[in-house]
Design a protein around this ligand. Structure first.
Ligand code: DQA
Length: 151
């Protein structure tokens, strides 16, 4: 599909750099590089320009969100464990006033109780959880459909 001018920031939070190695029975055997490559492929098909960043640091994630306020049309975020704890991340997402889709590799609702609560879910368009690396691709489709409604 031709370029539709949409730009999306994809963020991976703490420990997601270990994807493929850590708890593969829960998070799958694909590395983050492989997941990113597949996400980029889907973005190319949809005509979406992507920027992808992984950080173990809450501050870097917040700085990156703020820096992309004017560049991005939407954000896909897997905040890892910060999902369950970070008011600062939630405030940053609200602050940039962009549509956000929260994703998780695993089905957080089928795991420990503490993973069922997301600090950021109330300020997102929605959550896509439990589809492994494909969660990111589904999130791109979700953001694109919203983008088409508003432009
Ligand atoms: C995760 C789920 C979180 O609860 C966990 O802390 C992670 C990964 C997921 O993608 O399934 O680091 O965000």
């Amino acid at each position: 599909m031709s370029d539709n001018g949409m730009k999306v920031l994809v963020l991976h939070g703490p420990n997601l750099n270990l994807t493929g190695f850590r708890e593969p029975d829960i998070y799958g055997k694909k590395t983050l590089e492989e997941i990113d490559a597949e996400t980029k492929q889907e973005a190319d098909k949809l005509g979406i320009e992507l920027r992808i960043l992984q950080s173990n640091s809450e501050g870097v994630l917040i700085d990156t969100i703020q820096e992309h306020r004017k560049w991005a049309d939407g954000i896909v975020i897997n905040a890892g464990s910060l999902t369950h704890t970070s008011i600062a991340l939630r405030d940053a997402l609200v602050g940039v006033r962009l549509p956000v889709v929260e994703v998780h590799l695993s089905n957080v609702h089928a795991r420990e109780e503490f993973r069922r609560h997301s600090m950021i879910a109330p300020v997102t368009v929605g959550q896509i959880v439990g589809f492994g690396g494909q969660s990111y691709q589904l999130a791109l489709h979700a953001l694109l459909s919203i983008h088409r409604e508003v432009v």
